[in-house]
Design a protein around this ligand. Structure first.
Ligand code: FAD
Length: 315
């Protein structure tokens, strides 16, 4: 069975949930192999994590010589791994970095590229949701090794014990790939809340908050949820763009999505309509989002959310 390369998404060796989703999807296409580009000293820890989700092999690529450079060296690493392993496909998370690596890789290996898949089935048939979720497209790469980026929350990660055999891979990085270097980076302020695209529960606020996210955030914290926002809230400067859910923001697919003071424009729906359960709180019973929801509460969010928070905290 051919290998399927899965690029590990991690922070200092701590593997992020989308990697487990990719490994689960990879098992439909062949034998999952994880590719960890990071500190060699963290290789064993990463292998321990990914082998519980089906990684038979773990290629550890020491990033000492490429650390601090932008994505081009990572594409070269993958190019060389593809040449070595002739995989059935390469799966990468649909982050901004992931998509850039995928694009560069597909050019280097003359392969078909599919981005933002929300599903990948056996045979490499992908599903993409396009035009703000109005169309679903099934596509397949017809040339070379398919390079596919997959959105987070596209599959439920399935635990499956595997060998997780570690193999050090020494890539040769060209000078041409080292032309853009990070000169400074500022860590995002830690909120203590889960990452928006990975959270099981998301509570978002819109223009209806009037800029006061206190009740949205308190409700989110009572559920251990991530906080999101509509574009109207972001454009008003109430939340940074990293909070935006929708067509020009992030796509979330949590178990529960709560929209408070959000009307339900098509561009907002594009980022959240695949949530398993959708709840809306809106004082206008005609708000379009009520057409989509599983549960709707007609009321003022500044009254409804604190009452719900109190109920949850009383449990
Ligand atoms: P509104 O549409 O103004 O709705 C506010 C809602 O709050 C109303 O339904 C109102 O009844 C309710 N409300 C008011 N007060 C209260 C209260 N006290 N309690 C409860 N409810 C209350 N939008 C996105 O969100 N994400 C995107 O990524 C995005 N991308 C876009 C891309 C393009 C190209 C374009 C053209 C638009 C995009 N938009 C996006 C904007 C989108 O069309 C809407 O304008 C936006 O989603 C509206 O945000 P909202 O629902 O918060 O505001």
């Amino acid at each position: 069975m051919s290998e399927v390369l899965v690029v590990v998404d991690h922070v200092d060796g701590a593997v992020k949930k989308p990697t487990y989703e990719l490994l689960t999807i990879a098992a439909r296409l062949g034998e999952p192999s994880a590719v960890f580009i990071g500190s060699a000293a963290q290789g064993a820890q990463v292998a321990e994590a990914v082998k519980a989700y089906g990684a038979e092999k773990v290629y550890v690529v020491d990033d000492a010589q490429i650390k601090g450079y932008l994505v081009a060296p990572k594409a070269e690493v993958l190019q060389q791994l593809v040449a070595k392993t002739s995989p059935a496909a390469v799966l990468i998370q649909s982050s901004a970095e992931g998509k850039e690596i995928a694009a560069r890789l597909s050019v280097k290996i003359s392969s078909g590229l599919i981005t933002d898949a929300v599903d990948v089935q056996a045979g490499g048939i992908t599903t993409q949701s396009v035009f703000a979720g109005n169309f679903t497209v099934n596509a397949k790469a017809t040339q070379g090794t398919p390079v596919i980026t997959v959105k987070p929350n596209s599959a439920a990660p399935v635990e499956k014990a595997a060998a997780g055999a570690v193999e050090q891979f020494d890539a040769v990085i060209s000078d041409a790939a080292k032309t853009a270097q990070i000169v400074a980076s500022q860590p995002r302020q830690a909120s203590g809340r889960p990452e928006l695209t990975e959270a099981a529960v998301v509570v978002s606020g819109g223009r209806g908050t009037g800029g006061d996210f206190t009740s949205v955030e308190a409700f989110a914290d009572s559920l251990g949820a991530a906080v999101g926002a509509s574009r109207a809230a972001v454009d008003s400067g109430w939340k940074p763009h990293t909070f935006q859910v929708g067509q020009t923001g992030k796509t979330v697919s949590p178990q529960l999505y709560v929209a408070a003071g959000i009307s339900g424009a098509i561009q907002h729906r594009a980022g959240m309509q695949t949530a398993k359960t959708i709840v809306a709180v809106n004082k206008d019973e005609e708000a379009p989002l009520f057409e989509l929801v599983d549960f709707g509460v007609v009321g003022d969010l500044h009254a409804v959310l604190p009452a719900a928070t109190a109920q949850i905290e009383a449990r």
